[in-house]
Each structure stands twice: as structure tokens, then as C-alpha cells.
Ligand binder design. Structure first.
Ligand SMILES: [Zn+2]
Length: 416
């Protein structure tokens, strides 16, 4: 087994992390530790014991030589400590919470950023024959034309999944023998759009919210997000790395509200693009050009919706905006049905998800901005950096900057 810390210190940290869910279940009724490959049950039974173990870990980390392991743990420990502080009732301002949990500073996404994306979407949809006056009107007509009925969600998932899996193996990431998603569910009364649960032994379960409206171009993006090369691929791959002794004990888990989240969500947000399924210059016999144009438009619609949702999250959590005003703000985009705006509000005001929410927007652009800087012939190097190494935002930015020999704007959105 690969270790970064001396055995006793590493085991103590492992125990702290593996003990978290008992507390989060008691306080929030949910898990924050979504994957734990180390297969040892935590034995710490109070927030104080976990806190003390995290403080001991900090001391051990300060003895490590400078380098990736130390950078990673020095980024993660404030996230874990902030989780404990918030659970024990400390009134920490939201911006301080996400600074430690997500390593991001929330800023309002500007009108100029939204207009740039909207103009790009408008051009694409015009070329596809849409003549409505505005980009949102074109977008809603486009989504209407490709509606995916609730009863078609599971069959469509089954039809696409093996293609995603095959393309993932060919272009992005090897997957272990036995990898697969055995369970696909359409579910109701949930606040997420899709969910990927790791069941162990390279098996996964996908659930999709069938109360919300779907269209194939947006659904394809979400399917790659949850499946391949998104969450399920990540979960499997990390399991393999840990078994092979290539993922250290101190990083062999996935915990919500820690600084790995932006990459964990941002990679899936780029998953369909990694397959080349929205890029006419990529050779993808499994997807034709007409479908690629649709998937790209779907991606841009999701991105534009996310900008309004992320701003809604910012206004509510940092500027005191109320429910009605936040939902009206999202609806003003012309890109949501009322039920979608209501779900988004519930998501970014939920006890644990409110601080998780920024990982989608910031992660999407962080991963995108790094990916596009790598020339095509260096993609394998990029995927190795992204999938084979545990990273927080700060260590990822540092590694990409070193690999490129130049800095980049990690959270900039597309201007053209
Ligand atoms: Zn996700």
C-alpha cells in the first residue's frame, strides 16, 4: 500500500475520514464520504475526536518534505476541519466555508460572460435552422424538438452506455475488467438531475431524475457526466489505482465539501467533450456530425443555465437574496421551467449541498481551461495528470502550469 505519512499518522487520518459519515448521518441524515477504498471502518465517535485526529494529522503533514503530498494534504485538511466546525455549529460565513472546502472565491458571473456564451449558442442554433428572435427562444425550441420522455430515460441510458464506455476506453482511460453499471433507475422527488453511486468491485448504479424535463442533447452530456468518462470511470479507476498501490492511503476516498470536488465534478462536466462527441474535427464513428452539433448545443445550454444557477447560489448565500427573487432571477434567463428553478434553489440552500454547489461551475471551467491548453498529441499526458493523481484545485493548477511551462486562467469562461 502506498503511503504519504508515517504509518501511525496515516492510519489516524484514515480513521478521522472514515469516521465522518457517522456524524454527518446523525446531523444531516446523509453521507459526505461517498467513496472510501481503504475498507477500514472508522472508530472515532465524536466530532471532538475527529477534530483532534485532524490536528494531529496537520502536525504530521508539517514534517513532510515540500512537494505534491504535502501540498495536497495542506489543501485538504482545512476542508475537513471546516466540515467539522460547521457541523459543531460554528457560525462561519459562507465565503470562508467555500474558501476552505472548495478553494474557490465566489464571484458574480458577469453579463458579458453570459452574453458571450449566449451569442455562441445563438449562432450554432441559427445554423441548425432555428429562427426565433433570441438565443433562449431558440434554445427552448431546440430542447422541445429533442424531448426525451420520462419513460425513455432508462432505455436511452442503456442504449448509450456501452458507446460511452467503449469511447472512454479508446480515448481517455483504461477501465478494469468487470467494470459496469448494472443498475439504472428513473427516480422521482429528488433534487439532483443525475446521480452515480459506486457499489464497489467496479460496479455502479445510475439514477436519473425523471420529474425534470429532459432532451437528448442535454441528457447525453449528463449521461457521460454520471457514467463514462465521468463519475463511474473515476470511481473505478481510483479503486484500481489503490489496489495497485498507486493511490496513497491518505487520498483514497471521495469526500464532499473538500477541495477535490471541483475536479470531481468538473471532469464529468467535460466528459462528453473528452470523447470528442461534440467536436466535428474528432474521429468518432459511434456518433455522427448531426448528433455532435446537437450535443454541443446541449452543452452550451447546460453551461448557460449553470451560470444563472451559480449566480443564484451566490446571491442567496452571500447577498441575502430570498427564494422568490432567486427563482425569478433564474427564470429571467428564459432557460428554465419553474420546477427546474425550484430544484436549483433547493439544491444550493441544502445544508451540505450549498457549499458543494460551486464545484460544478468552477470545476467545469477549471478542467476545460486546462484541457484546451494541451495540444492534441499531449492528451495522454493531460489525462494522466487528471485521472491518475489525487489533486485539489491548487495542486492541479500548479501541475498544469508546470506541464505547460505557462500560467493559465483557471476559472475563465469561454469568450468566443
Ligand atoms: Zn456530478
Amino acid at each position: 500500500m502506498m503511503r504519504w505519512l508515517p504509518e501511525e499518522a496515516g492510519d489516524r487520518f484514515q480513521n478521522a475520514v472514515s469516521s465522518l459519515n457517522k456524524q454527518t448521518q446523525a446531523i444531516y441524515g446523509c453521507d459526505l464520504v461517498l467513496a472510501d477504498y481503504r475498507a477500514k471502518v472508522g472508530t472515532l465517535n465524536s466530532l471532538q475526536e475527529i477534530w483532534d485526529a485532524l490536528c494531529d494529522t496537520e502536525k504530521a503533514v508539517s514534517q513532510l518534505p515540500h512537494g505534491h503530498a504535502r501540498d495536497y494534504l495542506e489543501a485538504m485538511l482545512p476542508g475537513f476541519k471546516m466540515i467539522v466546525r460547521v457541523m459543531q455549529g460554528d457560525a462561519v460565513p459562507y465565503d470562508r466555508q467555500i474558501a476552505d472546502m472548495q478553494q474557490v472565491v465566489s464571484r458574480v458571473i458577469t453579463r458579458e460572460q453570459m452574453d458571450a456564451l449566449s451569442a455562441s449558442l445563438d449562432r450554432d442554433l441559427y445554423e441548425m435552422g432555428y429562427r426565433q428572435a433570441t438565443a433562449p427562444e431558440k434554445a427552448m425550441a431546440f430542447l422541445d424538438d429533442h424531448v426525451l420522455a420520462a419513460e425513455d430515460v432508462v432505455p436511452t441510458t442503456k442504449a448509450f452506455l456501452s458507446r460511452c464506455q467503449g469511447a472512454c476506453r479508446a480515448k481517455v482511460l483504461p477501465l478494469p475488467d468487470g467494470d459496469g453499471i448494472d443498475d439504472i433507475q428513473g427516480v422521482r422527488n429528488v433534487i439532483y438531475s443525475g446521480n452515480s453511486a459506486y457499489l464497489g468491485h467496479y460496479k455502479g448504479k445510475l439514477s436519473f431524475n425523471i420529474d425534470r424535463p429532459w432532451s437528448l442533447p442535454t441528457f447525453a452530456n449528463v449521461l457521460c457526466h454520471e457514467g463514462y468518462p465521468g463519475h463511474h470511470a473515476f470511481y473505478c479507476h481510483w479503486d484500481v489505482l489503490f489496489q495497485q498501490g498507486e493511490l496513497p492511503l491518505e487520498a483514497a476516498y471521495y469526500v464532499k465539501n473538500t477541495p477535490t470536488n471541483a475536479l470531481f465534478e468538473g471532469t464529468p462536466e467535460n466528459a462528453l467533450h473528452f470523447l470528442g462527441w461534440d467536436d466535428l474535427s474528432e474521429d468518432t464513428p459511434e456518433i455522427d456530425d448531426a448528433q455532435k452539433r446537437q450535443f454541443l448545443a446541449g452543452r452550451k445550454i447546460l453551461d448557460l443555465q449553470r451560470m444563472y444557477q451559480q449566480n443564484g447560489c451566490h446571491y442567496v448565500n452571500l447577498e441575502g437574496m430570498g427564494k422568490d427573487e432567486a427563482e425569478a432571477y433564474m427564470m429571467s434567463s428564459g432557460l428554465f421551467q419553474p420546477s427546474e428553478a425550484a430544484s436549483a434553489y433547493r439544491f444550493f440552500t441544502d445544508a451540505t449541498r450549498r457549499t458543494y454547489y460551486p464545484s460544478y461551475f468552477y470545476g467545469r471551467w477549471l478542467v476545460h481551461n486546462a484541457y484546451v491548453r494541451f495540444p492534441r498529441e499531449r492528451r495522454a499526458e493531460f489525462f494522466h495528470l487528471l485521472y491518475d493523481n489525487p489533486h485539489t484545485n491548487s495542486t492541479f493548477i500548479k501541475a498544469v502550469t508546470q506541464a505547460l511551462g505557462a500560467g493559465f486562467e483557471p476559472f475563465e469562461t469561454e469568450r468566443s
